[in-house]
Structure formats: structure tokens, C-alpha cells
Ligand binder design. Structure first.
Ligand code: ZN
Length: 146
């Protein structure tokens, strides 16, 4: 299971053009295997033996990169000790109505919809689905050329 998550996470980085460095690989692996929600400092302490030249700032910057592509959630508690949570939830699809191409994207914020639905309706919520439709960049370009 953890290996699948790691592979998917690495694929997401590749797809979004984020370079996979040994440090990024190690930080991701640590986050996935960690059952707690570690701080940047926790991760730094766990990995400083392997990467003696890595600083806490480097760890934090990498975590921000992961957050921007939707791989991790940053849980802020109103101080500097933000905790990071690997997002194991499903991804969503955006579908081109022109050519049918399907592109994956992550939107961790939508997880809360399940909690809200359960709270409001009393249902035991199992999952949710969302599809987004539109026109892919290639199809838009083709139209402009005509
Ligand atoms: Zn298209």
C-alpha cells in the first residue's frame, strides 16, 4: 500500500514537472510511512543522518512544493509548527469535451464535503465522485488556428 502511494506521488511530481531529487524522494517516503502528522523539524531530524547538508528550510521548501501539487496538506495551528499530512485520498478527473482526454488532478479540500454531508444528513458517507468538463489546451489551440 505504501509503495503504491509512493509510486503515485512520484508520478504526480513527474506529471507536474517537479524534479525528483533524492531528498524529495526521502521526504515523501517518510511522510507516507509516518502515522503521525510530522512537522518540518520532525522530518529534518529523521533524515539529517542520511542528508547531512539538508537544512530545516530545505525540508520546509520541499513540503511547500508537495503542497502546491496537492500531495500533502498543511495543518496550521497558528504558530510556526505546521504539521504535514500526506494526502491519500482519490484524485479527480477533468475531461475534454473536444477529444475526450482525461487529466488527473488533486483537490484535498474536497475531503471536507464528506464530513459535511455526513454531519448534515446523518448518512455514513463512503465516498464521493466529481468530474470536471471543459476544453483541453490542445483543442483550444486547434480552434484558434482555424
Ligand atoms: Zn481535447
Amino acid at each position: 500500500m505504501a509503495q503504491t502511494h509512493l509510486k503515485e506521488a512520484l508520478d504526480t511530481l513527474k506529471d507536474t514537472g517537479v524534479r525528483i531529487t533524492p531528498q524529495r524522494h526521502a521526504i515523501l517516503e517518510y511522510l507516507i510511512n509516518s502515522m503521525t502528522h510530522p512537522t518540518a523539524d520532525d522530518i529534518y531530524k529523521a533524515l539529517e543522518g542520511t542528508f547531512p547538508n539538508m537544512s530545516v528550510a530545505t525540508v520546509y521548501n520541499n513540503l511547500r512544493v508537495f503542497r502546491e501539487v496537492g500531495l500533502v496538506k498543511e495543518l496550521t495551528y497558528g504558530d510556526s509548527s505546521s504539521r504535514f499530512d500526506f494526502v491519500t485520498t482519490q484524485h479527480y478527473h477533468v475531461i475534454c469535451e473536444g477529444c475526450g482526454k482525461i487529466v488527473d488532478f488533486h483537490y484535498p479540500g474536497l475531503d471536507e464535503v464528506e464530513q459535511l454531508a455526513a454531519h448534515v444528513t446523518g448518512f455514513k458517507v463512503s465516498h464521493h465522485r466529481m468530474e470536471v468538463y471543459g476544453e483541453c489546451p490542445e483543442c483550444s489551440k486547434k480552434k484558434e488556428m482555424h
